[in-house]
Ligand binder design. Sequence first.
Ligand SMILES: Nc1ncnc2c1ncn2[C@@H]1O[C@H](COP(=O)(O)OP(=O)(O)OP(=O)(O)O)[C@@H](O)[C@H]1O
Ligand SMILES: [Mg+2]
Length: 353
Amino acid sequence: MIEQARDDLLVKVEGLRTWFPVRGCLFRKRYVRAVDGVSLSIPRGKTLAVVGESGSGKTTLGRTILGLIQPVDGKVFFDGIDIFSLSRRQMRRLRRRMQIIFQDPVSSLNPRMIVGSIIAEPLKVHHICSTRRERNKRVAELLLRVGLEPSHAARYPHEFSGGQRQRIGIARALASEPDFIVCDEPVSALDVSIQAQILNLLKDLQNEYNLTYVLIAHNLAVVEHFADIVAVMYLGKIVELADRDELYSNPVHPYTASLLSAVPRPEPNRKRTHVVLTGEMPSPINPPPGCAFHPRCPLTRRIAAGLSADETTEVISQGERIKVMKRCVEVSPLLEPMVDNPHHYHACHFKKA
Ligand SMILES: Nc1ncnc2c1ncn2[C@@H]1O[C@H](COP(=O)(O)OP(=O)(O)OP(=O)(O)O)[C@@H](O)[C@H]1O
Ligand SMILES: [Mg+2]
């Protein structure tokens, strides 16, 4: 299915770098490299999931793709348009087609506005309905579409449950009739029983309106039944990118393997090696040299244990001295396609053919 759609790309990202200057460094400018050289593309009507630990740069990537943050380098093409070459006016017009759903439905809805006004706002901004009556009708339709009642328009956000509030956020995003929505951890703040309902709603809406999604999540369990393509992010970079089934059945990067081993499996007989990561993700201000994952990588340690001294080196990780492959510390691995699958990309020196 993805094969056919691959030519019809809605979003294309090339060499994106979003760095934030660190305040207080007067003499030597330092940066948080939140997104550091990301390239990807998303076929129309499909979902790209972006998965990684907290601080890996997922939200920054999503917001940069939407043109809400200016990158220091790289390009974003939306339906063939280079969005950072647009004037403010052109960008405002394009914005109607690109929306965002936030993680926290409480703080993303203005508590002083009634729900009807919250959903009507994009209709006003983008001049979608000319009269108040049309607007009210549209708000009622949107509320029904996301599983709420038209009468809810008169209520305030605090009068709803978490799941209902997320439905309001979805209705607001849908109001401008977008083609593309960045869903930034849309279910992380919700009860497990509600998560599936919201994900199902997003899936139904995608089928109905041919929406293209970026779905941001912390773990691979949330996106397993939803994503078409999965990008695994670590410290501002994509370390593995593949179609969903391929990534879950044949993870190549040790970081992906560690995220996957945390996903509960219904088949007890299926073999899966359990990979436990040690330590925390390093700071994106001063990332480790070479492969940024090397201080936590179980693979480089395992392989280095059997190699001679001239192929290995010692590094300090979490206060412990560990032996790793020299190459992992010296050379940053590029995100490259696998030899036997040109649609499966990974950035690791230990390439599985
Ligand atoms: N406006 C900003 N100014 C400075 N640093 C920022 C800014 N926004 C994000 N960062 C930094 O960029 C890095 C990536 O942040 P980002 O919010 O994109 O990560 P994330 O993967 O979405 O994390 P989480 O899963 O916790 O939401 C972090 O180190 C963060 O502190
Ligand atoms: Mg985030």
